[in-house]
Design a protein around this ligand. Structure first.
Ligand SMILES: [Zn+2]
Ligand SMILES: [Zn+2]
Length: 294
């Protein structure tokens, strides 16, 4: 199996317009089919709202098998860790309620901070803060960066020290989700938790034992444009911790130069088949994990 085939038939990390991607779920599925991708997971940030449309479109492309997914943003000190939930039983009412609460908590908090800053004479535009956040969910670092851009403070450090820190006048509390809790949430809803883009995780090697103890199943190894050295290192780590080496392009459809096309990075087909078996075992059913093509 070649970890660096130019066109992978498997892509298990993809975004659409229901989070920060630019293609609708339908357009993305059409592109996947056009690119000859055989197995794909749509993994929007903290939402599964694009999946029904994607599955509907997938019916027109019998060569493509789609599985439900999500990318949860979990909190670690000073940043975020992203956790994919593949084969998630996403129609569950309790899961959907949790996700709504979770999204509203994040957005509500960031908007709450903006309100307080406006009261302090430092108005910021929501759209600008969102742009700063890019792929991540809006958090304090992005508010701080927007404050620097506006010239309200000289540095993000000053923004935290004077306004956004725990005792600052613009601080707003919110519910947090640790990576271990994100794993538990995915497991509770029959999904397979997979650590996304592990190269971005600070202290990855120190963090892995706790994530594995919580039930982590896989880790992205064949990700976007990871170079052979990175792939090799992550592959060794995955083997060491008995994690399934997953991956995908994290495609957002931004159309930027050098953006990796869906289907150009991902694990071998055997890895997908292994994941599918694991998901089936966990669901304890004989029927396929993917919604039936009726
Ligand atoms: Zn991510
Ligand atoms: Zn992503």
């Amino acid at each position: 199996m070649s970890p660096l085939s130019p066109l992978s038939k498997v892509d298990l990390h993809l975004h659409t317009t229901v989070s920060d991607g630019r293609l609708t779920p339908r357009q993305l599925v059409q592109l996947l089919a056009k690119n000859g991708v055989r197995y794909a997971a749509i993994t929007d940030h903290d939402t599964t709202a694009g999946l029904d449309e994607a599955f509907e479109e997938a019916k027109a492309h019998p060569g493509l098998t789609l599985v439900p997914g999500i990318e949860l943003s979990a909190d670690v000190p000073g940043g975020e860790v992203h956790m994919l939930g593949l084969f998630l039983a996403y129609r569950d009412e309790e899961l959907q309620q949790t996700l709504v609460r979770f999204r509203e908590g994040r957005v509500g908090r960031a908007r709450g901070m903006l309100e307080r800053l406006a009261q302090l004479g430092m108005p910021l535009e929501w759209e600008q803060v969102q742009r700063t956040a890019g792929d991540a969910s809006v958090g304090r670092p992005h508010v701080a960066q927007a404050m620097v851009a506006k010239g309200y403070v000289a540095s993000t450090q000053e923004a935290f020290d004077r306004f956004l820190g725990r005792n600052g006048p613009a601080y707003v509390e919110r519910e947090k989700l640790t990576p271990e809790e994100a794993i538990a949430l995915v497991l509770r809803h029959q999904g397979l938790p997979v650590l996304a883009h592990p190269s971005y995780v600070t202290d990855l090697e120190k963090r892995l034992p706790s994530l594995c103890a919580a039930g982590l199943v896989g880790m992205e190894v064949f990700y976007k444009s990871y170079l052979p050295d990175m792939v090799g290192w992550l592959l060794r780590l995955a083997r060491q911790h008995n994690l399934v080496p997953c991956g995908g392009t994290d495609y957002h459809g931004m159309g930027t130069r050098g953006e990796v096309e869906p289907g150009t990075s991902g694990p071998p087909v055997e890895v997908f088949q292994h994941l599918e078996r694991l998901a089936l075992q966990r669901k304890g059913q004989a029927q396929p994990a993917t919604p039936a093509r009726s």
